[in-house]
Design a protein around this ligand. Structure first.
Ligand code: HAM
Length: 412
């Protein structure tokens, strides 16, 4: 599990602040839930891969519980419990800590935080566009240039149409999706083996791989036909992205399938352009999940945006030290005699709403100013005997090096 030292928290807060600001800017309401969930709910609703990674345990009453590997089953449970009262469509977001017993690799940890944004109760593709728009806003807010990353978009409905056209019956689609999602992680021969084990013949397997060779939306349209509802849906998403100012970030990629079994429509995953890192965020439409947890059938779409990969991409783009805007004051003093004046000065600044880091011990000016320079404070104030005699503090702006005098209040 992860420890966050102050220098790590600077990065984490940069990500969390951007997440929260973007979700709020796009009108999502915040919700939350306990990290401990019913094991049964998680095993039934998560994708095959995730359910193998669940941290599970029994409590003292023998209840089978787990640390959630993702937020979506919990969200579905919460929504189903209030289904008759909620004003659908609802737009909810949470920053959820999640646990997965994964093999630790670059970008994958056993504990991570995930921004979840979901819209429940609407089939309209504007939902997908809004969720992606909010994710784009968060990425831009964090300081990631558009050139550095792309959102790969496909549709399980489209792949379903294409598989059906290739003669693969619908009952087999779910296992085909899960097998194809392993592409890149295991060899194509191994995937073919998985498909064969599910009863697909060699011709069907060859056709399945042929579909994955499609490289453009036009290519997919040529196979699916001009009347394909899945193609119309994808085109509508690209048109909305154009209106919203992020079309250049979207790219059609039939290989995006997603490892979770509940997706039914458009699916997406974001990657750095060099593909050095794992997925930055991922999600899609899941119109059947609410009914599966005992609710009324309700369309839904959402995404999970983890803190780990984006943190790595940010460090790569912005450098190893997180750029922070300088703010607040650092107040120091040369000897114990100046301490009451420094305490009073800090108290005054704090009462005025400023953040102040008051030195706990007297220091030499050189030591104080080098510490202030390395800190994130915007102003440094150092009190020596002369300042007290003059009744004036010299406030140094650490960005401009300008020094402004400020009257010291008489010490009581
Ligand atoms: P997911 O693709 O499993 O989807 O995870 C979403 C994101 O969480 C990933 O793109 C990645 O950023 C992060 N993530 C996942 N596992 C790890 C890990 N072990 N270490 C670090 N980061 C990780 C879901 O979880 C879906 N529930 C998303 C969703 C919400 N779909 C609809 N609504």
């Amino acid at each position: 599990m992860r420890d966050f030292y102050p220098e790590d928290m600077v990065w984490r807060n940069r990500v969390f602040d951007a997440w929260r600001a973007a979700a709020e800017r796009f009108g999502f309401q915040n919700y939350d839930a306990c990290v401990v969930e019913s094991l049964e709910l998680l095993q039934r609703k998560s994708g095959e891969e995730v359910s193998e990674q669940i941290y599970a345990f029994e409590d003292k009453s023998g209840r089978k519980l787990a640390l959630r590997p993702e937020m979506t089953p919990t969200l579905a449970r919460m929504v189903a419990a209030r289904q008759t009262r909620l004003p659908f469509p609802i737009k909810w977001y949470a920053i959820a800590q999640c646990f997965r017993y994964e093999r630790m690799t670059r970008g994958r940890k056993r504990e991570h935080y995930q921004l979840n944004m979901d819209i429940i109760g609407s089939e309209d593709v504007l939902c997908e566009a809004e969720i992606l728009g909010a994710a784009v806003a968060a990425m831009r807010d964090m300081g990631l240039p558009d050139e550095a990353w792309r959102i790969h978009v496909s549709s399980r409905a489209l792949l379903g149409e294409l598989l059906a056209k290739s003669g693969i019956p619908e009952v087999q689609h779910a296992v085909v999706f899960i097998a194809l999602d392993k592409r890149g992680k295991i060899s194509d021969e191994e995937i073919a083996g998985l498909l064969r084990a599910e009863g697909l013949g060699d011709a069907a397997i060859a056709k399945t791989f042929e579909l994955l060779a499609v490289t453009s939306l036009e290519g997919a349209e040529a196979l699916a036909g001009a009347e394909s509802p899945a193609i119309a849906n994808l085109k509508a998403l690209f048109a909305l992205a154009r209106e919203m100012g992020y079309e250049e970030l979207l790219m059609f990629d039939i290989a995006v399938i997603r490892g979770l079994s509940y997706y039914t429509g458009i699916v997406f995953e974001a990657f750095d352009v060099q593909r050095k890192f794992r997925a930055i965020f991922g999600g899609g439409r899941y119109d059947s999940l609410l009914a599966l947890v005992g609710g009324q059938p309700t369309p839904a779409v959402g995404m999970g945006f983890g803190d780990v990969v984006v943190g790595e991409v940010l460090r790569e783009v912005l450098g190893s030290r997180c750029p922070v805007a300088r703010r607040g004051y650092m107040v120091g003093y040369m000897a114990i005699e100046q301490r009451p004046a420094a305490v009073a000065f800090a108290a005054r600044l704090r009462a005025e709403g400023n953040d102040v880091d008051l030195a706990l011990l007297p220091q030499k000016p050189k030591h104080f100013f080098s510490k202030a320079g390395a800190s994130s404070a915007k102003y440094a104030v150092f009190l020596g005997p002369d300042d007290l005699i003059a009744g004036v503090a010299q406030v140094k702006n650490l960005e401009t090096r300008e020094v402004l005098p400020m009257a010291l209040a008489p010490v009581r």
